[in-house]
Design a protein around this ligand. Structure first.
Ligand SMILES: [Zn+2]
Length: 215
């Protein structure tokens, strides 16, 4: 694995205007205003935090893995990465990262991937796709199934092999590691704190994360 760069933040959690612990397997949807800083803390280590961002004023303008990868000329997300939308806007910029690498290729787990990757009887198990759908249903405001597109997996380690394959590996994160980003415009964040019980990325053990926002 290439060397990971760690960048710490100077922000004090005691000064955050929002501080919430999201249990393992739960969904979260929240508006983050332009200029605010958003931090996700991997409280116990190696948790996968499946995340999507939308332009708060136009949900059709949303995080685009393809545009983000092309613009930065790299496949992993870390400090300095600008999260680019499908309309070419910078939604957020990653400003601190004590994990060092986040995935945006692996996608979200779903009933279908549970079945294909693991076993037929894993199909009805909890998945991020189901959590996304439940969460947008609670949120309302016209968000639909077709707004669930290719996501970020914060703290997840999905290295690309020299042959070009994807390999789901043990996490590179640990308890207390975090990633922090500044909202460059008003954005809606949608998270599924991955409930997956079959993937080595989270050591088969989903755990809570903390979500903090500073003005
Ligand atoms: Zn998942």
């Amino acid at each position: 694995m290439s060397t990971l760069i760690y960048t710490e933040s100077t922000l004090n959690p005691a000064h955050a205007v929002y501080n919430y612990t999201l249990p393992a397997g739960e969904g979260w949807m929240y508006e983050i205003k332009q200029g605010q800083t958003f931090r996700i803390v991997d409280l116990e280590g190696n948790q996968a935090v499946d995340t999507l961002f939308y332009n708060a004023h136009d949900m059709a303008d949303r995080y685009s893995a393809q545009d983000t990868i092309r613009e930065q000329g790299g496949i992993y997300l870390t400090t300095g990465t600008r999260l680019v939308s499908s309309e070419g806007h910078v939604l957020l910029t990653i400003t601190a990262d004590t994990c060092g690498r986040h995935d945006t290729l692996g996608g979200a787990c779903a009933a279908e991937s549970n079945q294909v990757r693991y076993a037929l009887e894993k199909r009805p198990m909890h998945s991020c796709r189901d959590t996304f759908l439940r969460t947008i249903g609670r949120w309302g405001r016209g968000v639909t199934k077709c707004d669930i597109t290719h996501n970020i997996n914060f703290f997840m380690n999905v290295p690309v092999t020299p042959e070009g394959g994807l390999s789901f590996e043990d996490g590179v994160s640990a308890g207390g590691r975090y990633v922090e980003m500044r909202a460059e415009m008003d954005v809606i964040c949608l998270i599924s704190n991955c409930p997956q019980l079959n993937n080595p990325c989270n050591a088969y053990n989903p755990t809570p994360v903390r979500l903090l926002i500073w003005d």
